[in-house]
Design a protein around this ligand. Structure first.
Ligand code: CDP
Length: 783
């Protein structure tokens, strides 16, 4: 089949020419604002087919278009041994297709032209001849002998990627044999996409005079990306500078390396000009890292009183065409083994199989600490199903099974050591705020009148802050993180970090940590991230690791500075260090508070009047390797009303009680929770990247992949309990992803609770009005 106009969009959204919106990007993406002299533009040519052999690619017509500078194909890259690149999970991925394409929208050729419009026009002149092949979209059929083998490049002629298991299978099976009650749920956590408003992009600028390659890039992990460019591309690392200032939203989408970045670098090296590539909205949704796509079965065994004794989990993970999961390498299923949740039972066994299908690659941690969202959703759904089966109130079942506060540090049956927790306190606060007993009465009254109201509870536990480095690495690089603080002579400071904010307010919160530890006003502290030429090496920001790791590094670096400051203060006050006491901002002589030196006095002296033999300057760096992860938690309660006539679910109230230990900035934490809950709402009710049987993407634009607006978003009520982390220098735990991890189960539990008396035990997300209406019809409620 000859395809000359490679337009994509499974729902028949053909892309129009210049007047359409493909070049309109959300603001806040600094990379799209980069304008360099002589800059040219890159444009991908993409496959319209999900599985097809590439018979031929003719680029002649495109090359003849005035303004076109180069057309790069997979064959061209193959000559430089760059047609394939390693993924973050030790698989390999085609940069530009050679031989065949494996998913719709896969990158086939890269055009470089003087302007964006010419590049887009030239893309339409690339003639690609495809021979369609049978398509595999159902992960359950991946290992059927009748299914096509997708990855001909692999030695293993199978679509099976990995089998991973953890826990004591024999003990768990035994507990199930002896159990009075068994409950099970099969839950699909559908394929989602982080859908940052600002898409991915870069400007690669190779300067042939200096030999330096600068890459302005939407990167959540600039240092790791620079190292990978150096290792894979063979460019000396000191000659690469990755700059990632305001990169727009990330949510995990900007952790992997995508073909567009690589092609831009290759084009800049070849042409000696800066090459900009910015994805369109549809390209982002259709081809960059997806999230979830976990097909999970959980079973719980309990005694007749509802005391849980064991959990058994079997999961099928659809990774698409390449295993491009962005997660620690020892964990093929990420930290999914947190799936035992907030409950205390001795036996658990969890197994996961990963498979290839004809879909975009990924498996990224979308506002999630590597598959924790799937895990929290599964256990919180399973507990509700067990409660339904036992006819016990879901609150009481949770209360009966929570890990008690005195049991921390708690060794989970799947191998984690939970640092601290008080799950019942968080649940009690949420129940009190929502007035739970009254709501149950109201629900009974409404049911008697034939109305549908539901109450959904989710008491989730999280696991965030990877390292420790002995267990955690990404692509071999250990998962520590860093902070470098330099106090200037006038007592102002700069704090440079290995992390990379995408709007989480690091500029504020790291400055606050310096202020708290050193007494320098936060307004006097500049925080810098995202430039590999200046920032200390770090693994970047995703999976709520910034506060647990770099927040700790900031505190430790500040304390190192305070140690030196004390010596200088003793010198200035002519006393011994033992005679000094600290209060934020100054050292004073014990018993004589008027004899003091402020941190500003001390900073000045560090450059002008230091003690004999002391190095000048007042600065410190810390590469922090956390001793454990942090385990934030919370209880979310959602109240829904269902309109019988339309199946529409209205979220009447939602209360989120979070516990992330000591809070650095309550307003920022609340903002994180509001944002994450809104994303959770969208996942529960609106979003899915689906495929038809030919592999056409069904959610490839914002017409189909819905983003919640203020209209759909309810008022979020938030509160906190505080259970500090015992091992974090500030007692803080991460929080950014908690609302996305904890909320999907609260929404789904609420809808199922509203319909439970009809015998409904589970509904897969997204819970659309149509799905609910179909259930009401099936149950004879509406006709
Ligand atoms: O890694 P990421 O920044 O996405 O997540 P995080 O560590 O959970 O932090 C998100 C934002 O919330 C940052 O600005 C943190 O400093 C802030 N935060 C806080 O103020 N107190 C906490 N206990 C946790 C996070």
């Amino acid at each position: 089949m000859q395809q000359t106009s490679p337009e994509i969009g499974g729902m028949g959204h053909s892309i129009k020419r210049k007047e359409d919106s493909r070049f309109i990007q959300g603001r806040g993406n600094y990379v799209d604002d980069v304008r360099l002299p002589g800059m040219v533009y890159g444009q991908m040519v993409r496959s319209p087919f999900a599985h097809a052999r590439l018979k031929s690619i003719s680029t002649e017509k495109a090359k003849q278009l005035p303004g076109v500078l180069a057309v790069i194909t997979g064959e061209d890259l193959a000559k430089a041994n760059l047609a394939w690149m390693p993924t973050l999970f030790f698989d390999k991925q085609m940069v530009l297709a050679t031989g065949k394409v494996l998913f719709q929208s896969q990158e086939v050729a890269f055009i470089v032209a003087e302007d964006r419009y010419t590049a887009a026009d030239a893309a339409e002149l690339v003639e690609v001849e495809y021979e369609e092949l049978p398509v595999l979209v159902d992960p359950h059929k991946a290992t059927d002998p009748s299914s096509p083998i997708l990855r001909e490049d692999r030695e293993e002629k199978s679509n099976h990627i990995f089998h991973w298991e953890v826990g004591d299978k024999a003990a768990t099976d035994k507990a199930f044999q002896n159990a009075a009650v068994k409950a099970s749920v099969h839950a699909v956590f559908q394929r989602c996409h982080p859908a940052p408003l600002e898409t991915c992009g870069c400007v690669a600028d190779f300067n042939s005079a200096t030999g330096k390659l600068t890459i302005y890039m939407t990167s959540q992990a600039p240092h790791a990306h620079r190292t990978l460019f150096a290792l894979v591309g063979g460019i000396p690392e000191q000659n690469i500078r990755v700059v990632s200032p305001d990169i727009g939203g990330g949510f995990g989408n900007k952790v992997p390396i995508y073909p567009g970045y690589v092609c831009s670098v290759v084009a800049s090296l070849t042409l000696g000009r800066p090459v900009k590539w910015i994805e369109t909205r549809s390209e982002n949704l259709q081809s960059t890292g997806f999230a979830r796509d976990y097909h999970m079965t959980a079973e719980l065994a309990a005694d007749g009183n509802g005391k849980i004794q064991a959990m058994r989990v079997k999961t099928l993970a659809d990774h698409g065409a390449f295993n491009a999961a962005a997660q620690p390498t020892k964990f093929p299923a990420g930290l999914f083994s947190i799936c035992t949740g907030a409950y205390d039972y001795p036996n658990a066994f969890c197994e996961v199989d990963g498979v290839y299908t004809n879909k975009a690659p990924g498996g990224i941690a979308y506002r999630c600490s590597f598959r924790v969202t799937e895990a929290a959703y599964l256990i919180e759904r399973a507990v509700d199903v067990l409660a339904q089966q036992l006819k016990i109130d879901p609150v009481e079942l949770r209360r009966k099974n929570f890990i008690r506060p005195e049991k921390f540090p708690y060794p989970s049956p799947l191998g984690w050591s939970f640092d601290s927790g008080n799950y019942e306190a968080a649940m009690n606060l949420a129940l009190e705020k929502i007035n739970y007993q009254e709501l149950r009465k109201e629900q009974a009254e409404k049911r008697a009148k034939g109305e549908f109201m539901g109450i959904g509870i989710s008491s989730f536990v999280e696991i965030v802050g990877a390292g420790p480095a002995h267990t955690f690495d990404i692509a071999g690089i250990k998962m520590f993180d860093s902070a470098e603080i330099r106090v200037h002579p006038t007592g102002k400071a700069i704090c440079r970090m290995g992390t990379k904010s995408q709007g989480q307010g690091h500029e504020t919160t790291y400055a606050q940590i310096v202020a708290q530890e050193l007494g320098i006003p936060a307004a006097d502290v500049v925080v810098e991230e995202g430039d590999t030429d200046t920032a200390p090496y770090g693994l970047g920001t995703y999976a709520s690791r910034s506060t647990p790791v770099s927040g700790a590094a900031t505190a430790v670096a500040a304390r190192k500075i305070r140690e030196k400051a004390k010596k200088i203060a003793a010198h200035l006050l002519e006393c011994s260090e033992e005679d000094l006491e600290w209060e934020p901002g100054k050292f004073f002589v014990k018993g004589a508070p008027s004899k003091s030196k402020t941190i500003q006095d001390i900073a000045f002296a560090a450059y002008t009047n230091m003690p004999a033999g002391m190095e000048a300057g007042l600065e410190a760096v810390d590469y922090y390797d956390p001793p454990n992860l942090t385990f934030p938690f919370g209880t979310y309660i959602c109240i829904v009303d269902i309109d019988k006539g339309t199946g529409e679910v209205k979220v009447r109230r939602f209360i989120a009680v979070d516990d992330c230990g000591n809070v650095i900035n309550p307003m920022i934490v609340d903002g994180q929770i509001h944002g994450g809950l809104t994303e959770g709402l969208a996942i529960a009710f609106m979003q899915q990247i689906d495929y038809d049987e030919s592999g056409n993407v069904q959610g490839g634009s914002f017409m189909d992949y819905l983003l919640p607006t203020a209209v759909e978003t309810p008022h979020w009520e938030t509160d906190k309990t505080c259970t500090p982390s015992p091992h974090h220098p500030l007692g803080a735990k991460g929080v950014g992803e908690s609302p996305n991890v904890g909320s999907p189960a609260a929404f789904v539990n609420a809808v199922v609770d509203a319909l439970a008396h009809l015998g409904v035990q589970h509904i897969d997300m997204p819970i659309t009005p149509w799905k609910v209406w179909a259930i009401l019809k099936e149950k004879g409620v509406v006709s």
